[in-house]
Ligand binder design. Sequence first.
Ligand code: SF4
Length: 348
Amino acid sequence: MVNTKLKMKQKPLIIPIFIPQEGCRHRCVYCDQSTISGVSQPSWSPNKIREHVQGYLGCQHRHPVQLAFYGGSFTILPESRQRLLLESVQEFLQQGQIHSLRLSTRPDGIEDNNLRFLQTMGVETIELGAQSLNDRVLRASARGHSSKDTDEATRRLKKHGFEVGLQLMPGLPGDSRETFLRTVEKSIVLEPNFVRIYPTVVLSSTPLEHLFRSGRYKPLSLEQAVDWCKASKKRFDKASIPVIRMGLQPTTTLEKPGRIVAGPYHPAFGQLVNSSIWYEKISPALRKASLKSPRLEIHGPAKQLAEIRGHRNSNINGWLKELKLTSLETVASDQIEAGEFRVLAHRV
Ligand code: SF4
């Protein structure tokens, strides 16, 4: 059984191995895994995997270490391929250089026999590409599975003692703010150990590009995506479910001109959402303090000051203007716990 509490406290070093679209027998409307992952060829051999792992271990010294097979539908790969990939890393597990394995897959690719096999090979964490828990949205996105599959897969994985992550995609065809927030509520009921939220973007040469160009799909604006994700992040926070990523990882492949056709992509998307939450949270205290002085300070944990200030100081500038302040500084304090803050007013 995995000690999930301990695992979530100690953020592992993840060694990623992208196997884009390996095992995939679908064509979800939005998908171009090669572009998303920045990897073009699924050409992992045991030797290449070992070299890749040794390269990471040689220059990183964080603990614990988890190796992750991302980007494919691992559990529906032929058994021989699953075995070959997993056996390539067993020596690192046995020597204690890697502590566990993680993989991503589809909700309809979870079978008991396979789960037992994965456990014997050291897999502890499985991420499910749930994307939505609304069947109309799943059909419109050609996912080829239902919300019931995610429900059953999550329960089965938890019963076997796996740590479970759910990946969600707001803004898929047929989605709305209300539908997405219902997906969030249903996800909370499933009690995943963590979630990732990737607002839908239109990538070139995907069926979604065709839908977009023919006027049958309208992507979210950046503002809408931040608003939806902010509402969902607050709900997950309240339910104590960590949101470990919001927005696609920026890569040179993804950011090549022409790859992203439309949609709410931003290289610092997570920061936009978190900063927006801070803005809402700190504003009442600043408003009150601004009645005493136009010169204010916000004290917070050093690691969170960038989010408090906002992307390119957007929060600071917003407050200066809105509250007609003459100065607003942020000050690092090791006395203040993560997620907390204090506002101080200078004497006038
Ligand atoms: S999102 Fe996953 S299941 Fe869908 S086409 Fe891409 S790799 Fe296949």
